[in-house]
Structures are given as structure tokens and as C-alpha cells.
Design a protein around this ligand. Structure first.
Ligand SMILES: Cc1cc2nc3c(=O)[nH]c(=O)nc-3n(C[C@H](O)[C@H](O)[C@H](O)COP(=O)(O)OP(=O)(O)OC[C@H]3O[C@@H](n4cnc5c(N)ncnc54)[C@H](O)[C@@H]3O)c2cc1C
Length: 393
């Protein structure tokens, strides 16, 4: 059974054996990027926070992710979502410095200008139209012909026909982000419990009043659901559809002694980038295979082929590891952020699909706004967890 503890383990979390008596102001279920960011913001605001994770801090989708932290919106992206992404990307600069200062942990926040390339003549027109729309929206996007693209990124396949250049893209080390947030929250008095599965929500009338964990109950005036793709499990208890589903993404890490890539290189089929730890990662697949987070032979083969197609010298790299994670997907690709209709004492913060690392800082701040019962700093209507209930009616 879990116990609270401070400052132990890699991420400032404890590997618990027994829960001592605690009465937190807020329980956060899930210690991925979303749960740890939320816990950090709540703890910074002076609230007593308990984070429960049935596994390890950053051990699921967060740890599996590439850690790119920019939205690449297109015509179909709702403006409210673009605003969320832009604000969260902006928050990372200060957050990275703050976490380094508080914890000594470097989350690997680095510029990783993105080159989105095409090797296909037919795709060129598509790329031009995409750029024209983005420029129209005020984004800064460069257009490079093949020779210019190879000039700025000499490792590229010389067959590249054209590329879009996004100078202002950044990346981080996502598992380290979650660990640093957990550590910072712990230092502010939060209890971050690993190996502590929330089994059941405690209900009193129309309020959630706590959580049952391994036969024990922890009471709390507020509970935040931040357990990623597993959040759908609370649908029945809350009598609200929480249509979050697992969408598997596979990744491969390569080691090469060659000069690191200057850019993150992406194409319509996936991406390659050099991380702050020196590895070159290749991603990713988008698969609907249920709760199966294992990489497959076909998935890995596809990624290796993509890597050497985009950057031919990677054919000589050695394979460090392969893994997969389950993104929390939703029917409209938007997160669920807010209180489920008719309920008090509970906030949902899940369904961040392919952007949960990017959106972690703003999500933490918005959940704090909701818990503090003040007006959220950005409009949340588009992310209302009740929207699926309305559609189902
Ligand atoms: C291959 C891949 C690449 C990606 N690349 C990017 C990227 O470049 N940029 C980006 O922004 N996003 C990216 N994403 C998406 C991003 O990883 C997710 O959106 C994000 O990690 C979701 O965070 P989360 O905290 O909601 O979920 P998770 O990280 O999955 O955390 C949920 C946590 O809840 C815990 N949990 C589950 N059930 C319970 C329970 N009952 N009780 C207690 N704990 C529980 C789990 O153990 C887990 O630790 C990528 C995802 C994948 C798979």
C-alpha cells in the first residue's frame, strides 16, 4: 500500500509502501506531463496536493513522447486550440528556467527549428498552400527549395524537393519534464506517490469527495483526473462520456557518431530529431490497437526506413531502443478540460492526444484557475467535458 514521501526516487517521487493519514486539498490522479504540471501549479499556489500514479512519474505516454513543443496548425485547427498551444509554448521558456532554479534539473529545453520536407513533387503544391495559410495567420514560415534545404541541413536526402522552415520550434526531454515538475511539487509540500492506483472515486451526492486506493480512502475537496488515456474508466461513475481512447505511437532511438542534426526534420510520414541527450529519435506511428503499448516489428521497420529516407547517413546508426506509448485521443482531437456537467469536486484534464507535452504548462495553470474558482485565463468552452454528453443526447 502506498505511503507519502518526499524527495525520494529519480523524479522526486516516492515508491510507496503505506499511506499515512493525509488530508490533501487536491488529489491528482496520474503523474504524466499533465498531472505533474497540474500538481506543480497547485502546490505553488499553496495547496496541499497528493498525486497518485499507478506506475512511475512520466512512465506512460509522457515518457514515450518526442518532446516537440510547437503546434503546427492548419485550416482545420480550432482557434481556441491554437491559442492554447501558442500560450503553452510561450510558457515553456520561463518554466524551464524555473525548474532548473528550483530543482537543478535541466528539462532539455532547446531550440529545434523544424524543417518539414517533401521528396514528392505532388506534395509540393500542398506544402505551398499550407504555408500560405499559416503566413496569413501571422506565422513565420520559410520556404526552401531542395538545394536551400540541403544547404541548411547537409545531412538531408539530396532528393528533397522543398521544405518549410519553422525557426521558432523547441523541444524538451519529456520524461525529465515530468520528473522535474514532480520534484518541484514535492519540494513545495506535495506528496507524489508511485505505484498507487486510484481504484474508485468517492461520491457524495453530486460531489466527488476523494479516491479509494488499495482498500484505503483518501478524502479531498477536489480531485483532478489526469490519467491520460485511462480516464475513460471514470465515465460510468461520473455518468458522463469520457471518450478518451488509446492511440499508439511507436518510436526508435538511434546512436550515431556523426554531427547532430541541426533541425528537427519532419515529413508527412514522420520525423527525426536529435535530442539534448545526444540520441536521434525517429517517430512515429498512429495506430488504433487498444491498450497495447508494445512496439512491433512492422512499426520499427517502417521508422528505420523513414529515418534513412529523410537522412541517409542514419542507415549506419546503431539502434539504441524502441518503445511505444498510448496517446489519449478524443473524437474531436481536443482535450477535455473542465468540470464534468453536474459534478462538483472534480476537474478533468485529459485527452491531449498528440500535444500533451506542449500543452502541459497551460493545462496546469488552467486547472489551478478552475480549482481556485476564478475565471480561466483562456476560454475553455471548446474543451468542455460535457460536449460529448450534448452530442449523445
Ligand atoms: C510516440 C509519441 C510521441 C509524442 N510526441 C509528442 C510531442 O512531440 N509533443 C507533444 O506535445 N506530445 C507528444 N505526444 C503526446 C503526449 O505524449 C501525450 O499527449 C501526453 O504525454 C499525455 O500526458 P498525460 O499526462 O495526459 O498522460 P500519460 O503520460 O499517459 O500519464 C497518465 C498517467 O496516469 C497513470 N494512471 C493511469 N490510470 C491510473 C489510475 N487509475 N490511478 C493512478 N494513476 C493512473 C499512468 O500510470 C500514467 O503515468 C506523443 C505521444 C507519443 C506516444
Amino acid at each position: 500500500m502506498p505511503s507519502r514521501g518526499r524527495g525520494e526516487g529519480q523524479g522526486g517521487a516516492s515508491r510507496p509502501t503505506k499511506i499515512e493519514f493525509v488530508s490533501p486539498d487536491v488529489i491528482v490522479i496520474g503523474a504524466g506531463a499533465i498531472g505533474t504540471s497540474t500538481a506543480y501549479q497547485l502546490a505553488k499556489a499553496g495547496l496541499k496536493v497528493m498525486v497518485l500514479d499507478r506506475g512511475r512519474v512520466g512512465g506512460e505516454a509522457t515518457g514515450a513522447s518526442a518532446g516537440m513543443i510547437q503546434l503546427n496548425p492548419d485550416r482545420g485547427t480550432p482557434p481556441a486550440f491554437s491559442a492554447l498551444g501558442a500560450e503553452s509554448a510561450r510558457l515553456f521558456t520561463a518554466l524551464a528556467a524555473e525548474l532548473l532554479e528550483r530543482t537543478g534539473i535541466d528539462i532539455g529545453y532547446r531550440r529545434a527549428s523544424l524543417l518539414h520536407v517533401t521528396l514528392d513533387e505532388a506534395e509540393e503544391a500542398q506544402l505551398r498552400a499550407h504555408r500560405a495559410w499559416q503566413v496569413d495567420q501571422g506565422m513565420s514560415v520559410g520556404w526552401l527549395d531542395g538545394a536551400a534545404a540541403v544547404d541548411v541541413e547537409p545531412a538531408l536526402n539530396p532528393g528533397v524537393r522543398a521544405a518549410l522552415l519553422y525557426e521558432d520550434h523547441y523541444q524538451i526531454l519529456p520524461r525529465v519534464l515530468a520528473q522535474a515538475l514532480a520534484r518541484a511539487a514535492t519540494d513545495l509540500g506535495a506528496a507524489v506517490l508511485e505505484g498507487a492506483a486510484a481504484d474508485r472515486l468517492l461520491i457524495q451526492g453530486d460531489r466527488v469527495v476523494g479516491v479509494a486506493v488499495g482498500g484505503e480512502t483518501i478524502r479531498s475537496p477536489e480531485t483532478v483526473i489526469a490519467n491520460g488515456t485511462w480516464a475513460s474508466a471514470w465515465s460510468n461513475t461520473l455518468q458522463t462520456p469520457i471518450p478518451v481512447r488509446p492511440v499508439r505511437g511507436q518510436m526508435v532511438a538511434l546512436s550515431t557518431s556523426a554531427t547532430p542534426l541541426r533541425h528537427a526534420v519532419s515529413s508527412n510520414s514522420g520525423y527525426v530529431l536529435t535530442k539534448a541527450d545526444g540520441s536521434t529519435i525517429v517517430g512515429t506511428t498512429v495506430e488504433e490497437v487498444g491498450f497495447d503499448a508494445r512496439p512491433t516489428a512492422a512499426g520499427i521497420a517502417g521508422l528505420l526506413a523513414l529515418a534513412s529516407r529523410l537522412v541517409p547517413r542514419l542507415a549506419d546508426a546503431t539502434v539504441l531502443s524502441a518503445w511505444a506509448g498510448l496517446r489519449p485521443g478524443t473524437p474531436d482531437r481536443l482535450p477535455l478540460l473542465g468540470r464534468p456537467p453536474g459534478w462538483d469536486g472534480i476537474v478533468l484534464a485529459t485527452g491531449h492526444f498528440r500535444e500533451g507535452i506542449l500543452l502541459a504548462p497551460i493545462t496546469g495553470e488552467l486547472v489551478l484557475d478552475l480549482v481556485a474558482r476564478r475565471r480561466p485565463r483562456l476560454p475553455l468552452d471548446a474543451f468542455d467535458p460535457g460536449r460529448f454528453l450534448v452530442r449523445a443526447a
